[in-house]
Design a protein around this ligand. Structure first.
Ligand code: FAD
Length: 485
């Protein structure tokens, strides 16, 4: 089914325990830090019902109409449709939101590919994964991702730390497992549920197996407490903060204070091998939407820089054109990786269409690691006026208004108000507290850089280059060692 915005809003008004800046929030849909992003999420639900968007955002599964976000990809065309649906959503809302569902649901598809490993524990667990994938589609839930524990002092062995530094099983009951600990999660305070799983790590120490846990947790379940970082929305005049006042996806330290997870929501527990599998495969689908978001970030940088070059008449300078071309190369590099990842997609163990892993993960490294440079290129193109331009109130206020009109009007097309709006947009995109936060999000929210590189290392087939060099350098067959036999 497809939910309406109103149904989503009702669902998250469930008495959940949310804190922000020391204040208890009783209704996340009404609080200034959450209301803009929650409204936007509701708008995306409503769009699915509108005749002009329905075909782009939904699909028929038998008789049932479902969100394309939640639909497992079975063909290359499914991926193209998903790309198109993200395009429609982001263009409609006029900005980039990462956690809107499609980016986290793929983590469950990756788990479905690990059925054999889950069956080693109990075949019921693989069945739970299948059921949750179907349930997500049937109920059109807003699903987020919980990997990262606080972890504490890693120079101490796990058993020497406060056990709650890593989410762990406290006890088993007939009804399910009781868990305790905490995870960092973007958007958790206004989501329906999270897929909780082991944090980034090697997972080779059997003693850590209490924390080798994968399950679904309801974000309003008893014992779940959301302690949120301060929001960017509502901090000032939205005219000065056109992005941060609307698109802040508030991050949360979610505390699990003896939370009961019913057996039907458990995917694995006390099983180190499953943790190893999850860490090696988690983003095989979800890296695609994660990287796709950066295509739109690139478009925002190109658009802002190009409008600025046009309005100031600097577009004709060759050095300005070259810097703009750098941004275009970044953008097209992302598009090329995504396009190739679909074109060379492989069938996964569960029969899904899996983007080409080596290309997708290399694309994630490219897109994330080059972003700081590209933000600087855009900042350089737009110039220092993004830092020094006064606020909208000064453009409206008597006394300053006339002077600002004089100095910010460029020609007959570009009056002071449009110049101010463009600079406010560019500041929020490139130079604000929010811009820094988004940059950190891109570098860490799926995993840190070393883990992105590890995914490339694991997925690239080194056989080709090895064979090429063995022949080109005329190496003997001895170098093949055991492979030669
Ligand atoms: C804005 C934002 C949003 C986030 N949203 C989510 C979310 O929705 N869900 C979620 O689960 N997590 C989320 N995270 C957390 C993110 O996944 C973690 O920040 C990340 O996994 C790193 O963990 P950590 O911060 O605990 O760093 P640590 O584990 O303390 O590591 C700190 C740094 O040390 C280095 N390092 C650590 N271990 C190694 C190693 N083995 N090899 C090499 N270098 C190493 C890395 O440079 C690493 O960045 C978010 C983070 C940010 C910044």
């Amino acid at each position: 089914m497809i939910r309406t915005g109103a149904e989503y809003l009702d669902a998250i008004r469930d008495g959940r325990e949310v804190w922000i800046g020391g204040e208890r929030v009783y209704d996340v849909t009404a609080h200034r830090a959450f209301a803009p992003i929650v409204r936007l999420r509701a708008r995306l639900y409503d769009m699915q019902h509108e005749a002009r968007h329905r075909d782009a955002l939904t699909c028929l599964d038998g008789e049932e109409r479902n969100s394309l976000c939640n639909q497992p990809p079975r063909t290359q065309d499914d991926w193209r449709r998903k790309w198109r649906s993200v395009d429609v959503m982001l263009r409609e809302i006029g900005g980039v939101v990462t956690r809107i569902g499609d980016e986290t649901v793929g983590e469950l598809w990756a788990l479905q590919d690990g059925r054999e490993i889950l069956n080693e524990i109990d075949p019921q667990f693989a069945g739970n994964v299948d059921r949750h994938i179907a349930r997500l589609a049937q109920l059109d839930l807003f699903h987020v991702s919980a990997n990262t524990d606080p972890k504490g002092d890693r120079s101490l062995h796990f058993v020497q730390r406060d056990p709650d530094m890593m989410v762990h099983v406290v006890k088993e009951t007939d009804a399910g497992i009781i868990i305790s600990g905490a995870k960092y999660e973007t958007a958790a305070a206004y989501a329906d549920q999270a897929y909780l799983k082991p944090t980034v790590g090697t997972w080779t120490d059997e003693k850590e197996s209490d924390c080798a846990l994968g399950c679904i947790v309801g974000m309003g379940a008893p014992g779940v407490k959301h302690i949120c970082r301060g929001g960017f929305a509502g901090r000032g005049d939205p005219a000065d903060h056109p992005l941060s006042s609307r698109f802040d996806e508030v991050d949360t330290l979610v505390v699990f204070d003896n939370v009961l997870v019913p057996w039907e929501d458990v995917f694995f527990y006390r099983y180190t091998r499953a943790a190893q599998y999850v860490r090696a495969s988690l983003h095989r689908y979800s890296a695609f939407p994660y990287v796709l978001r950066l295509l739109y970030v690139a478009d925002m940088m190109i658009g802002a820089a190009m409008w600025n070059a046009r309005q100031t008449g600097l577009e004709r300078l060759q050095s300005v054109q070259e810097r703009l071309a750098d941004l275009v190369c970044y953008r097209e590099g992302i598009r090329a990786h995504l396009t190739a990842a679909i074109a060379l997609a492989d069938r996964s163990p569960a029969g899904l269409m899996m983007p080409n892993q080596s290309i997708l993960y290399a694309g994630r490294v490219f897109a994330c690691s080059q972003l700081p440079l590209m933000m600087h290129a855009a900042r350089e193109l737009i110039g220092g006026q993004i830092c020094v331009t006064p606020e909208a109130a000064a453009f409206a206020g008597e006394g300053s208004r006339e002077w600002l009109r004089k100095f910010y009007t460029l020609n007959k097309e570009w009056d002071a108000d449009d110049r101010r709006k463009l600079l406010a947009f560019a500041r929020d995109l490139l130079n604000s507290d929010y811009a820094g936060h988004r940059l950190a999000f891109v570098q860490f929210a799926q995993a840190p850089h070393f883990d992105h590189l590890a995914a490339v290392y694991r997925s690239f087939d080194f056989a080709g280059p090895l064979d090429f060099v063995r022949k080109a350098a005329d190496l003997s067959e001895r170098v093949l060692g055991a492979q030669a036999a």
